[in-house]
Write a protein that binds this ligand. Sequence first.
Ligand code: HEM
Length: 411
Amino acid sequence: MQDLLAKFSRQLLINPYPAYHVLRKLDPVHWSDSWQSWFITRYDDVAALMKDARLSVGQVSNFSHRLTGQGSSPEQLQEAQLRLKTIEKWLASFLLFTDPPAHTRLRALISKAFTPRSVELLGPTIQERVDRLLQPLKTGDVVDLMQAIAIPLPVMTIADFLGSRPQDFRELQGWSHDLASFLGNEQLTPEVVGRSLESLEGMAGYFTALMQERRGQPQDDLMSRLLQAQHEGTTLQESEILSMCILLFGAGHDTTTNFIANGLLALLQHPSESAKVVLQPERIDRAVEEVLRYDSPSLIASRFVVQEVQLGDKVLRPGDSLNLCMGAANRDPAQFPEPDKFSLERQDSNHIPFGRGIHFCVGSFLAKLEARTVFASFLKRWPRSRLAAPPERIPTLAFRRLKNLKVELIA
Ligand code: HEM
C-alpha cells in the first residue's frame, strides 16, 4: 500500500478531514514509511486503543528525531542535541508521558487538587475576565479574535487557578507559547530548541518561587492544594509539582486557545446554528460539544506498542509507534451520521476530543467552562458578526491551530 501520509502531507497539515476520510476508507490501520508510524482512523479502533494497556506513552517524550539541522553549523546542532536531552528529561516527568504505576500515583494526587468543584468556583472570575477582554471592542470594528480573547483568556485562567499574580501573565504567556510550539512542532530547529529550554527554565524558576511563597502561606489556589495533596500516605515532591505546573500550561493553554478560536469560527461559518443559541441560550452546551467533535484542537494522541496487538489483518509489534487520530474518529460516518455537518441537532456526545482511559484530560471541565463563557458572551453582544478575511491555519499534524481570526463585529 502506498504511503498515504506522504501523498496527503500538505492537506493533512492544513485541512486534514478529507484526507482522514480517504485513509479510513482505504486503510484504516495504516503504516506510513515517511512518519515511521501507524495511523489509526476508525472511531471504534481509536476508542478501544485509548484504553489498551498493551500501549505505552513512555517513549512519546522522545523528540530527538524531530531535530532538523538545515542551515545550522555542526556545533550549533551538537549544542541543540544537548539542550534537547535536557528538555526530554523534563518531559519524561510529565504525567502525560508516564505509564502506571508512576502515573497512577501522580494522577491520584493531581485529582485531589484539581477537582470539578475547584474549577466550578472559577466561573465568576472567568466571566469577569471575558467581559474585560471584550469590553474595549466596539460594534463595527474589525478585530482579530485570536489576539483579543482566544490567546489571552486561557493563560489568564490557568494562571489565576494556580495562584499567579496578574502582572506575571504576559511572561507566562510567552513561556507557555514556546512550550506549546515545541510540543506541536514536527520539525525542531536549534533556535526553537534553545528558546524552548529557556522558557522551561523560566517557568521552573517562576513556579519554584511561587511554591516557596505558598509553603509559608497557603491560599485558596491550585499551588497550595498541590502542596497539601496526599494519597496513600504520599505527597507530591517539589520536582513533581514543578513538572505538573509546567504541564498544566503546556497542555492547557494552546489547546484551549484553539478550542475557543475553532469554536468561534464554526459558529461564524454556520449562522443558522449560532442563531439557535441566540434564541435559546440553554443550547450553549450542545454547541460546545459539537465544536469539540467537529473541529477538535487536539487531533492525535501518540503511543508505543509494548505487547503485540492484532487489528484485522495488521500486526502492531512491540516498539512500533502509533498515532491515534481522534480528529478522524470524530468524523467517522459509522459513528456520526453526516460527520462533516456542524449541527446542534446531534445527540451523540461520544466524541473523543480529550482522550479516553487513564490519560483522559485533567482540564476538560476547565476548557469547556472557558469556551462556553466566550461563545455565550460573544453571541450575546455580536450575534450577526461575520468573517472579515479567510482565517489562516498554522500547519501541524497533531493540533488544529489558527494563526488569526479577523471578524467584523455586528450586533
Ligand atoms: C480544549 C482544550 C483541551 C484539549 C483538546 C485537551 C486534550 C487532551 C488530550 C487529548 C489528552 C490525552 C492525551 C493522551 O491520551 O495522549 C489530554 C491530557 C491532559 N490534559 Fe488536556 N486538553 C485540553 C485542555 C486542558 C487544560 C485546560 C488542562 C489543564 C489546565 C489540561 C491538562 C491536561 C493534562 C494534565 C493531561 C494529562 C493527563 C494524564 O496523562 O493523566 N488540558 N488533554
